[in-house]
Design a protein around this ligand. Structure first.
Ligand SMILES: [Zn+2]
Length: 139
């Protein structure tokens, strides 16, 4: 019954591997993201963490997510300045974003070939390239 396995020891180790001190609240915030392996906004993380006991403040959730991004535990997907998702999938990939439903889904990196990229400025290397394809219902 793998769904009954307590994920906290693995999450504790994962936080330590990224140089993040595993406090109770950080483990719960990581659990919200990694248990579902889906994209969540900070407000959705807050709701998930506080579903049983309202114990974590919005500021703690925001600061913890910022730390997770800085330490490379999760990535930020900025759809627009008011819509930021936290993504536990660190493998290179792209996204569909449905502008009508607000739903965001993964596109595997190798399903998109991007041609015609300019050469990089001298002394620079590519740190990443990710696309958001915005979709809506057709006619
Ligand atoms: Zn993703």
């Amino acid at each position: 019954m793998p769904h009954l396995t307590d994920p906290r020891p693995q999450l504790t180790e994962r936080l330590r591997e990224h140089g993040i001190g595993p406090t109770h609240q950080r483990i719960e915030i990581a659990r919200a993201l990694f248990a579902r392996m889906t994209h969540l906004s900070a407000d959705q993380v807050l709701a998930a963490v506080n579903a049983r006991h309202a114990e974590t403040s919005k500021a703690t959730v925001y600061n913890t997510l910022k730390l997770f991004v800085e330490k490379g535990l999760v990535r930020e997907v900025i759809v627009d300045p008011t819509k930021v998702f936290y993504d536990p999938n660190m493998a290179p990939h792209h996204h569909f974003y449905d502008v009508e439903t607000g739903e965001i889904t993964d596109i595997e990196a190798d399903r998109i070939a991007i041609g015609g990229l300019p050469s990089l400025p001298p002394g620079k290397v590519a740190a990443g390239l990710d696309l958001i394809i915005r979709i809506r219902s057709g006619a």
